[in-house]
Design a protein around this ligand. Structure first.
Ligand code: ASP
Length: 332
């Protein structure tokens, strides 16, 4: 089996500079010594994307560059397995984005990175890369997953939960796909969603994420949404509640929806299932035409909105797709 690695940047290959960590390590040399004497020694190819980036600089165009590299190599090698090396900061956005764009690809794609650079003593880089390679070549996963800190997670269910711990990521609303050990513990396969044929490439759309806070006024919310973006993700409280008694605030949401901009309501809770209208404080949202993100993570919801906008969907049509599972990103 061949394995292709798309290297995008991130701490894993960074070195010190006078202005902080920057890409610059000899990742390919390190990888060659890591794999020497293993069954993967002569079967791995690597594409470093140019430029290598800190994932904080990623945009939907960066997601598309990874999709393009994966597709190009999958066309040459339909039997291959794929690993993406990525910074941890926005890895969960990228893994969700890849999952929507690649539903027609029948090869496994596993994304990983590390909290410490590969040359630092005690780094988690070797464990994460070998774990990702093992998962990708296991024959047990399809689609996009994320390997980090001894766990394999569904790529569109993961979220970065720690800026320092080697566990790094969690999938708060679903169980891990696998946990490493001797032997690895594998979970039963999860539903994959209805897929998307001939996905148009990601373009960069104007999507705002607004965190509601106790005391926010209608005027502030209106100012944040002016001019109107292509879509709004409203991070509300609990199951999707807002300060409904704040004068004029629910009306702002209704005006945005009426103007043809989709409003998607997510929760500020780490573990959440959005149920609009369960409380009076969320009822106005439900009646305004806003839609809840169910149990999607923020990263999965944001990448999905960018995906649907890139497919040409807007307003109510986009909102309806938010409730359907394209790649297993939510429980229907
Ligand atoms: N800032 C880095 C990045 O996301 C963090 C990391 O890789 O851990 O590229």
């Amino acid at each position: 089996m061949r394995v292709h690695i798309t290297y995008t940047g991130g701490t894993i290959g960074m070195v010190d500079s006078p202005r902080g960590l920057v890409p610059g390590a000899d990742l390919q040399g390190w990888l060659a010594s890591l794999l020497k004497g293993t069954p993967l020694e002569h079967v791995v190819t690597v594409t470093p994307l140019v430029p290598l980036i800190d994932s904080s600089n990623a945009t939907p165009l960066s997601w598309q560059a990874i999709v393009d590299d994966l597709r190009a190599h999958a066309a040459d090698n339909p039997e291959a397995a794929f690993v993406v090396l990525h910074g941890t900061d926005t890895m969960a956005y990228t893994s969700a984005a890849l999952s929507y764009a690649l539903t027609d690809l029948t090869v496994p794609v596993v994304i990983t990175g590390s909290q410490l650079p590969l040359r630092v003593l005690g780094s988690d880089a070797a464990a994460n890369v070998t774990g990702a390679l093992r998962a990708a070549t296991s024959g047990r996963v399809d689609g996009v997953s994320l390997f980090f800190g001894h766990r394999l997670l569904a790529g569109n269910r993961a979220t970065k939960s720690s800026s320092w711990a080697f566990t790094g990521f969690e999938s708060p609303n679903t169980a891990p796909l696998a946990i490493t050990g001797a032997p690895w513990q594998w979970a039963a396969p999860t539903p994959t969603g209805i897929g998307w044929r001939n996905a148009a490439p990601y373009a960069r759309h104007d999507v705002i994420v607004v965190d509601l806070t106790p005391g926010i006024t209608a005027a502030r919310l209106e100012a944040l949404l002016t001019p109107l973006p292509d879509a709004v993700i409203l991070r509300a409280f609990g199951v999707g509640n807002i300060p409904s008694q704040e004068p004029g605030l629910p009306d702002i949401v209704e005006q945005v929806v009426t103007a043809g901009t989709a409003v998607i309501v997510t929760s500020q809770c780490h573990e959440a299932e959005v149920l609009l209208g369960r409380y009076e404080a969320g009822d106005a949202l439900a009646r305004s035409g806003a839609v809840g993100s169910r149990d999607m993570t923020l990263e999965a919801a944001y990448a999905k909105v960018q995906f649907l906008l890139s497919q040409g969907l807007r307003g109510g049509e986009l909102a309806r797709w938010m409730g359907r599972s394209i790649a297993g990103e939510l429980r229907e």
